[in-house]
Design a protein around this ligand. Structure first.
Ligand code: PMT
Length: 223
């Protein structure tokens, strides 16, 4: 049927934050409610795609019609995403922690009477999007996001190049924007052919429009 433009297509979506343990009771994480990523997974499924959503810990329900893998850390998310290849498209919406605490403590770090607070040393996490963008089984369409608080377009263009993505969906996540955790988003789609600015709209509307654009792009490349 005409409205199931993505029937037979397999699409991997990431959503939510990753959380990186410091010790058994503490962690470092990025902010993300999962609303935007989950809405995208649902919208792709609405168009008939077989959607695999890899999600960090969120408090919203799993979207309908989507198979969901729950993970915590960036390393777990990367392994889960790569296991799902090959796929027709990947949409990486997750707010992945760029760094984790080096050497997770196996026991709760205790306060020492009169002692100094612990110093955390950070190590870099793998970049999941860059890994997919340059993968031997790279999906034909790779979409990343860019969450920025300054120089939105310049940073998005750098991510497009560096991470090997076809599009970067750029959003301003300054605290005053209300995007992180909120219900609306104002995005710009950055690609080699330029920048497309979409008006401020609900995250569901962004998801529907993006799913339609993904369907058009996959069709344009051929069945
Ligand atoms: O979840 P919500 O509350 O609805 O908010 C939505 C959102 C703001 C989280 C979402 O729209 C968004 O912008 N997601 C990307 C968040 C992010 O971490 O962006 P980034 O600019 O740090 O990363 C750029 C891209 O690389 C992203 O596609 C990200 O998934 C990916 N990445 C980043 C680091 C890393 N180690 N691995 C990655 O794959």
């Amino acid at each position: 049927p005409a409205d199931l433009q993505l029937a037979g297509k397999k699409i991997v979506v990431t959503s939510g934050p990753t959380v990186e343990p410091i010790d058994p009771v503490r962690y470092i994480a990025n902010r993300s409610s999962g609303k935007q990523g989950h809405a995208i997974a649902a919208a792709l499924a609405q168009l008939g795609a077989t959607v695999h959503l890899v999600s960090g810990p969120v408090s919203i329900p799993d979207p309908k019609g989507v198979s969901v893998i729950h993970v915590e850390t960036a390393r777990e998310m990367k392994a889960a995403v790569e296991k799902l290849l090959p796929a027709d498209a990947a949409v990486m919406v997750a707010a992945v922690a760029d760094w984790r605490s080096e050497g997770e403590a196996s026991q709760k770090i205790k306060k020492q009477p009169g002692g100094e607070p612990p110093v955390l040393r950070m190590v870099e996490n793998p970049d999941i999007l860059a890994g997919i963008g340059h993968h031997a089984h790279r999906p034909r369409l790779v979409v990343g996001f860019a969450a920025e608080t300054q120089d939105l377009l310049a940073n998005a263009r750098k991510k497009l190049e560096k991470k090997g993505a076809d599009w970067i969906v750029a959003n301003d996540v300054s605290p005053t924007s209300g995007v992180m955790g909120g219900d609306r988003n104002h995005v710009r789609i950055v690609s080699q052919s330029g920048v497309e600015e979409w008006p401020d709209m609900s995250k569901e509307d962004v998801a529907e429009r993006l799913a339609g654009k993904i369907a058009d792009a996959i069709r344009a490349v051929g069945q």
